[in-house]
Design a protein around this ligand. Sequence first.
Ligand code: ADP
Length: 720
Amino acid sequence: MSECYQKVKSELQQMKAPGDAVETEASEEQLSPALQSSVPADVPTSRRDISRSGINGRSRSKSRSKADGKQVSDMKSDNLREKATNRVSNEQHLQVKGTGKILRSKCAANGHVESCPGQTDGKCEDRGREDGSKVVKKRRTVTVDISKAKTSLEALKLSIRELKWKEFPMGRRTACDIYWHGVSFHDTENIVSGQVNKFPGMIEMLRKINLSRAVRTMQELFPEEYNFYPRSWILPEEYQLFSTQVRLLKDNESTLKPTFIVKPDSGSQGDGIYLIRDPADLRVISGSQIKQAVVQEYIQKPLLIDKLKFDIRLYVLVRSLDPLEIYIAKEGLSRFCTEPYQEPCQKNLSHVFMHLTNYSLNVHSGNFVHSDSCSTGSKRTFSSILYRLASKGVDIKKVWSDIIALVIKTVIALVPELKVYYQADIPPGKPGPTCFQILGFDILLMKNLKPFLLEVNANPSMRIEHEQEVSAGVFEYVPSPVDEEVKVGVIRDTLRLMDPAQRKQHITSNMGAGSPEDAIVVEAGSDEKEGLADSLPSLCLKQVFPKYTKQFNYLRVVERIAAIFLRFLGVKGNMRLGPTGFRTFIRNCKLSSSSFSMASVDILYIDITRRWAGTLPDSREAGMCLQAFIEAFFYLAARRFKALPLREQVSSLLEVCEMSLEGQGHSEKPRPHRTHAHANLTSAHSSALPMLNSPALMRRHQDHLRHHPLQLSAKGNTDN
Ligand code: ADP
């Protein structure tokens, strides 16, 4: 190890651990210093060469599966034991401070059931207290249903074992504290309590088109803040716009040779992705179907290491939507291409091993290097990259703080629609679980170190094995130390954060148990109870929100629009607003006037809803979706506050609406809408609203681009 490397390492080691910073630092810190002071601290610990573990990958794999076999039979006997216990006592007792009263905890709505009776193992131990009151000390093991974990199973089992929690590989008849799903919220139906590791709607929201739409809405309001996402067009609806803009760009600057990357909407792992330099090369049609895709500005000057392009996979935990809580894993993965990078030219456009960093593609290139070390090979830890950059004098704190900002802003863009999905699946007041989710952020660093968001994965691979070609054409899964190092930590610490005992205090305050004296004694988290706190490493997940609320809260404008939308949805379980709901919104917010009659309101509703219905081919429900409502809201804002810039127009209208709605109770909420109601409204009326006759979507995008013209040469691809 070189002297310079040693110096960087010891400097980094002296930095404060981010995990500690979360507890101690005030949230009012200014973004850069705050983020920068806490960011790369744990980098050194994970930089150790994990091959040091000295366990031969293959034999470890074997012994692991042996252990798993034993566990299955353990689980069976545990299940029997558990059934017997549950027959005896199906209720968990909680001591009421001061009164000596014992509360039988109840399953409250929406997952306030972490203290739910059926979830204990019933191993209670009574002890007397000095003051004579009876303390019921619970020894409660957290239970995890892992029957739907799919490819994350191996890492999940290791995590649960480290925590000494209890796994249920075949599911459980009674409720579990945590349900670990491999794909979606709906992997297990009818969960009424506990916590599920997926949010409803996350998969849908993170499809490439929806992510692009959500970010674009934010770009319209906050262009500077959201310039970390490459310019994108949605196909097929924006094909013409894309063609026209590229033509104009080339006409204006003939030397420019922009490249674009085309990504199928629901694709993953690089499937179906290709590069083009001319709109004519778009493969829009597949058979008789028009392909849904996103075409995106290609970042031509990425940061290279060893002459190779690489990207960063960061794990982000959304612990809760309301209140918004976001954590970022301090360690991530860097996935390398396997062919030296060259800027795109007609000749190399099809070289996937040069342009696409997907592991799933590059692993099949003859050049892929498997390594047991975190800092070499085709998949490395992100911290090893940071070390390398730091040793070259790069300000890695700034890189981290930019990445944290990118993550928070992206989640803020997703939250409004996620809340709509959430309310549809888990209506307030009805029993249901709470949700959390680990997301995989794919980020590309440009040569000038600016991070760009490529995509967000709802189901990032949690596999801790990799595919290896053991003989010609024969592939086998062998343990991957780099994956294990990163992913087991992420899952284990996600579980620690979701430990029901950790959350009890919050739950208690939400139970409306009465006077403060009635507060239920709050248990320590399971870690502490089991004496695990010392043996476990410090959390590898760093809280970034609400920690940095002050710096980012001003961006949560669309969420306020979504709150109004949700209020007027009317029928629980719906995701679309009917015409009656829209009218009631206008009426209750006092937005109609002599120059904007209710007839015009209806036309506005029809015009926008119809257009959006055309862009969402898979829509199951009739009515106005949130995106359409946002468009209507922007229109109303522009109409009312003509002189202001868009962001202020929207904020001003929000204030008007929120003020009008303040104090309005449920009685003012709209009656259930009839889906056929808008059939009465004839399209002939649309001439009353000339502004809306042209496709509004196109107009919005064009307006946006007028203010922020396509600057491929200047933006995104500079090499500073
Ligand atoms: P998928 O879900 O199929 O993996 P991605 O959006 O992650 O799709 O793209 C696949 C790969 O293509 C990325 O890992 C990255 O290497 C490359 N890539 C994607 N978008 C861009 C872009 N705008 N500029 C440069 N490279 C990109």
